[in-house]
Every structure is written in C-alpha cells, then in structure tokens.
Write a new protein. Sequence first.
Length: 133
Amino acid sequence: MKISPTQYAKVLVTLSEGGGDPSHIAASFLTFVRKRRGTRKLSEILRAAERIADEMAGRVSLLAETAVGTDDATKKDITKKAEVLFPGKTVSLRHAVRPALLGGVRLSSEDEVIDGSVQARLRAIGHGMRNRA
C-alpha cells in the first residue's frame, strides 16, 4: 500500500506533538520514509505537515501578491483585512510583488485564492462582454 504525502505528514505532526527530541524524531521519520521509498515526496510531505500544524494551531498562512512593493502600513492593512476573511485564525502573511496584477491584492493559501486584483476585474469584464455577444 502506498502512503500519501498527507498521511506521512500526519505521522510527522503526531510524532512532533509528543515533545521528544526533534533531531531523533526527524532521523526516525526520515528512516521510515526512506524504507518506504518516499524520499521524492519530502517537499510535499513538509508542506502538508506545515498546513496540518497550522490548522491544529488555528493559523492560516497566506501569500499576499501586489503589483508593486508595499510599505509597512499597507502590509498591516492587508493583514487586518485577511483576519476578517479568516475569522478565528491567526494570519501569517508572506508578501510578493507580481506586476501582472496591475493593482489590488491577491491572497492565496494552499486551498483558496481571493483575487482582488485589477487583472481579475478586467478578466471578469472581458468574460461578461464575451457572454453578451
């Protein structure tokens, strides 16, 4: 039976919760993964483990993309708006500049994209115009 990256991640998170020695846990886990020939999945396993740990801790990690660099005040504003969109969660934002967005903000997590960019609005207008024709 093949083990999925999410299943590996659940094992890793469960082992980590025990409060044991992190280096011993990591070594044991890597030995287990190697024996199961799952080393090619390690980056996916780690992403899934982070997502599971975040969910358990009530955190959400988001990528905030803007067309231009943002100052600290704008970053705080984006964070406050993200907290409204994800109530009850502690929001952790990473910022990236993506000029193709033209303006606005695109927030994305592993599971969801909230696109408030000018690019998305123009695309929606274009679809609406094509549907009318």
